[in-house]
Design a protein around this ligand. Structure first.
Ligand SMILES: Nc1ncnc2c1ncn2[C@@H]1O[C@H](COP(=O)(O)OP(=O)(O)OP(=O)(O)O)[C@@H](O)[C@H]1O
Ligand SMILES: [Mg+2]
Length: 238
């Protein structure tokens, strides 16, 4: 059974119409899977529904062997799902170190165990080690993105859900963030990556899904999607 299995998921906002019209996808243990799609396709809504931040209207979401559709977000997080939201989500008034420490509180991370997690993040993002005493608001956009990913890692996730980590970053930083995501995945963290930067996302992913207006319209290996004429026309600039 895959680590994450979504089946026939329908969801929308408030009293509004469905935004997700029966989504099915899987992420296996150890996989890096990307979800690509245009503005408004429903990518963020899907991640938020998986995390219990948007209420599913129908369908199933199984994670780590449990049915999680309808569960509270905190319980889903405790099972090992960690979302890096669109627009980052760090505490601007806290230092880099305190941002990371705080993310470890749900599992009671202290002492040697906490230090091991911090060392892991600092090895992936050396700039965060250099700036550990700096307040988060004073970091650059790319550094704040790294800190947001670092915060998610410190929760010791089984599954990392990333919502457009490349948004607003300079091209050289985009490459660095994607390289690091691939490295994190190699270290054993299964990942569902939402991106508009389709080429970069497919380059680091094992498999991918294409979402259009709340429906999955293509699902294949990353290599096959890169060669798909429809995907190239719509998402890879021809
Ligand atoms: N909080 C909300 N309340 C009402 N409608 C919403 C809300 N959030 C999103 N929507 C609507 O749901 C649809 C899907 O939006 P969503 O944010 O999931 O798309 P997305 O694929 O993440 O787009 P983007 O690439 O721009 O981030 C859109 O029509 C949007 O207007
Ligand atoms: Mg979005």
């Amino acid at each position: 059974m895959p680590l994450l299995q979504v089946e026939g998921l329908r969801a929308g906002h408030g009293q509004g119409a469905d935004v997700l019209h029966g989504i099915s996808l899987t992420v296996a243990e150890g996989e890096l899977v990307c979800l690509i799609g245009a503005n408004g396709a429903g990518k963020t809504t899907l991640l938020r529904t998986i995390m219990g931040l948007v209420k599913p209207r129908a369908g199933r979401v199984q994670f780590a062997g449990r049915e999680i559709a309808g569960m509270a977000t905190a319980s889903i997080a405790r099972l090992g799902a960690s979302l890096v939201p669109e627009g980052r989500g760090v505490f601007p008034g806290l230092t880099v170190l305190d941002n990371l420490r705080l993310a470890a509180t749900p599992w009671g991370g202290t002492g040697v165990a906490l230090q091991a997690e911090l060392d892991r993040v600092f090895a992936l993002f050396p700039i965060l080690a250099e700036r550990r005493a700096q307040l988060a608001w004073s970091l650059s956009g790319g550094q704040q993105q790294m800190l947001a990913i670092g915060r998610a890692l410190v929760t010791r996730p089984k599954l990392l859900l990333l919502d457009e980590p490349s948004l607003g970053l300079a091209p050289n930083l985009v490459e660095q963030v994607f390289d690091t995501l691939a490295e994190i995945n190699r270290l054993g963290v299964s990942t569902l990556l939402v991106e508009q930067n389709a080429l970069m996302a497919l380059d680091v992913s094992h498999r991918g899904y294409v979402l259009e207006l709340g429906r999955i319209v293509a699902a294949d290996t990353a290599a096959a999607l890169r060669d798909d004429a429809r995907v190239q026309g719509a998402y890879l600039g021809g």
